[in-house]
Design a protein around this ligand. Structure first.
Ligand code: DGI
Ligand code: FE
Ligand code: FE
Length: 188
């Protein structure tokens, strides 16, 4: 499906505020892709679609995961994680995305995972630091994002994990794995 039509379809799935977040992620993902030598078109496509399922009801997200053989493990963790898995499935099934790397960047845009590709890192970080984000520490990570991709993603994961701990929530194992993997990468 053509990019413009995908954008219209995604936009129709969410309130205006969330679409503005998506526009911020698109812009940031393109800039990060150019800075770190990833294909900006692939980053843009993943960014456009990444939150497509965010405003589906939780029931609809859960059914999509159960009925289509998607990652069942995610069902045991925070519901905030589900829309990423569903988003990758929508991208392939409804939008005809065949680039497995783009699908993975959507699928892991919330959790992260060990051994993230450059595209996955770019999209993960763009989602975290897009201009509409406003939380303590985001400016420091924006600055870091101009210096070092892996260090910035690691700092973002530290922030997310700290936030989940402060809220008394469980942490999805892939998020812990993502952090461990980045630390290993940085010390390799
Ligand atoms: O969809 P967005 O709001 O743009 O951002 P996102 O897809 O990164 O979702 C972030 C939320 O997910 C954030 O509030 C933290 C929450 N979350 C819950 N459990 C986990 C988690 N995030 C990660 N990385 N790992 C978890 O286990
Ligand atoms: Fe998301
Ligand atoms: Fe997002």
């Amino acid at each position: 499906m053509d990019r413009q039509l995908i954008m219209e379809r995604v936009r129709a799935e969410m309130p205006e505020r969330r679409w503005r977040h998506t526009e911020g992620v698109i812009e940031t993902a393109i800039a990060l892709a150019i800075r770190y030598g990833e294909d900006p078109k692939r980053a843009e496509l993943a960014a456009i679609i990444h939150d497509v399922a965010k405003f589906w009801s939780i029931e609809r997200q859960g059914n999509a995961i159960r009925d289509n053989g998607l990652d069942q493990e995610v069902l045991g963790y925070d519901k905030e994680l589900w829309h990423a898995v569903v988003g990758a499935w929508v991208a392939e099934r409804d939008f005809g995305v065949t680039d497995g790397g783009v699908l993975d960047a959507i699928r892991y845009h919330t959790s992260g995972r060990r051994g993230m590709s450059k595209l996955e890192k770019v999209v993960w970080l763009a989602d975290y630091i897009e201009p509409g984000r406003d939380f303590p520490g985001v400016d420091a990570i924006r600055a870091l994002s101009e210096e070092h991709l892996e260090k910035a993603v690691l700092a973002g994961l530290d922030g997310t994990i700290g936030f989940l701990i402060a809220k008394g929530k469980r942490i999805y194992p892939l998020t812990i794995e993502a952090r461990n993997g980045l630390i290993e990468e940085l010390h390799a």
